[in-house]
Design a protein around this ligand. Structure first.
Ligand code: EPU
Length: 354
């Protein structure tokens, strides 16, 4: 049920907002967890964000920005005013000598955008195929897969300040991208909302094939110079084989970040567990595979209540049917404790827990 709200004291607010009260969030989070939002606004345009900011009631309320709900664990009802980002639109904005610039509305599906770009002769995003969520959420945690991160394909974004209602354009440097991190998880968390993202796809296109699973596909098929469509298909195959489809089994992708440890810590762990999967980073530290650590603690396929560890990938927690957010959190804590007990490493969750 959509109840229109009117705020007549400002020119931009004179058009009604697409607003619901006591809205179920179950279908809006990929874990399929039950929770209700006191107020939920379907945001269809940048002007809608400004209407919310200028609304006498909504303007003052704390906000929660909801994209595809693919990085979210809901343990309780949400009192904050939920802005569900549904801004649509995709276009080739500019063709430069060294890049195509594609402009996309925050509410577009990320995966469909990757496919749309390929269909329109704009390669470059194929390694990030099938990442769940929306385009507007992609810079927040600097999504990445198979050797490419959003920051490698990013031009700029527009965001609206939730206090002033002003639009700002941020460059990659201003977004302060890090591993699964950006200014939107730090200083700007809850303070501004991304409405438009501009992607930068380098010309000429060059494949990124360094990732083990893609090398394996090349060896298996004998295709040594795959085009972007081929890489897209391989990435989809690899992901489908080991990551559950949220439409079938509720989940939020990787539940923990891969921990980064010092060379000394890494040596110590290798001394005890020679098989630990580790990757050297440029600054001399090492990234450990959280999935391997969890697997080594015997969690793969296990459950606590109706929350479980996916059979084919220990880094993914799943809703086995009817789980609550509390059950997911209980399972996550138990995993953290056993990984800490065995390896002395504290795993950090990737999704936002409310
Ligand atoms: N491993 C195990 N057991 C497991 C899972 C993994 O031993 O149950 C080992 C694997 O054999 C492999 C290593 O751990 O050697 C790494 O595993 P994998 O490549 O499956 O995952 P990852 O590299 O840790 C990251 C991202 C994924 C992204 C893939 C591909 C994080 C937290 N996850 O996973 O991102 O798709 O690389 O690039 O950085 C996401 O963030 O939601 C996500 C799916």
């Amino acid at each position: 049920m959509h109840t229109p709200s009117r705020a007549a004291d400002s020119p931009v607010s004179s058009v009604s907002l697409d607003l619901e009260r006591e809205a179920s969030l179950r279908e809006f989070n990929t874990f399929g967890l039950p929770a209700t939002a006191k107020t939920l606004v379907h945001v269809h345009s940048e002007a809608d964000v400004k209407r919310v900011v200028n609304d006498p009631e909504l303007g003052r309320a704390p906000k929660f920005i909801l994209g595809g709900g693919s990085n979210l664990v809901l343990t309780q009802d949400v009192d904050r005013c939920v802005l569900k980002m549904e801004i649509k639109g995709r276009r080739l904005l500019e063709t430069r000598d060294d890049a195509w610039i594609v402009e996309v509305g925050a509410g577009e599906s990320w995966h469909e955008t990757v496919a749309w770009c390929l269909d329109n002769g704009l390669p470059g995003l194929e390694n990030m195929a099938l990442i769940p969520g929306t385009v507007g959420a992609s810079p927040v945690q600097n999504i990445g897969a198979y050797g490419v991160e959003l920051k490698d394909r990013f031009e700029s974004l527009d965001a609206v300040d939730l206090i002033t209602g002003r639009t700002v354009t941020l460059t990659a440097a201003q977004c302060r991208f890090g591993y699964r991190d950006s200014i939107f998880k730090q200083a700007l968390a809850g303070k501004s909302v991304i409405t438009t993202v501009r992607l930068r796809l380098p010309r000429p296109w060059q494949p990124v094939l360094g990732y083990l699973e893609l090398e394996r596909k090349m060896a298996e098929t004998g295709i040594t110079a795959p085009d972007a469509r081929q890489i897209f298909d391989w990435v989809c195959e690899v992901r489908r084989a080991k990551l559950p489809d949220p439409a079938v089994i509720g989940n939020s992708g990787s539940f923990f970040k891969n921990p980064v440890v010092t060379a000394e810590q890494c040596r110590d762990i290798i001394g005890r567990d020679p098989h630990v999967v580790h990757y050297p980073l440029e600054d001399g530290t090492f990234k450990l595979a959280a999935g391997w650590l969890i697997d080594a603690c015997g969690w793969k396929g296990k459950s606590i209540g109706r929350a479980g560890v996916y059979e084919r990938q220990a880094l993914v927690l799943v809703n086995r049917g009817g789980a609550s957010g509390a059950e997911v959190v209980t399972l996550a804590r138990a995993i953290q404790e056993s990984v800490y007990g065995r390896f002395g490493i504290r795993l950090e969750p990737e999704p936002v827990v409310i």
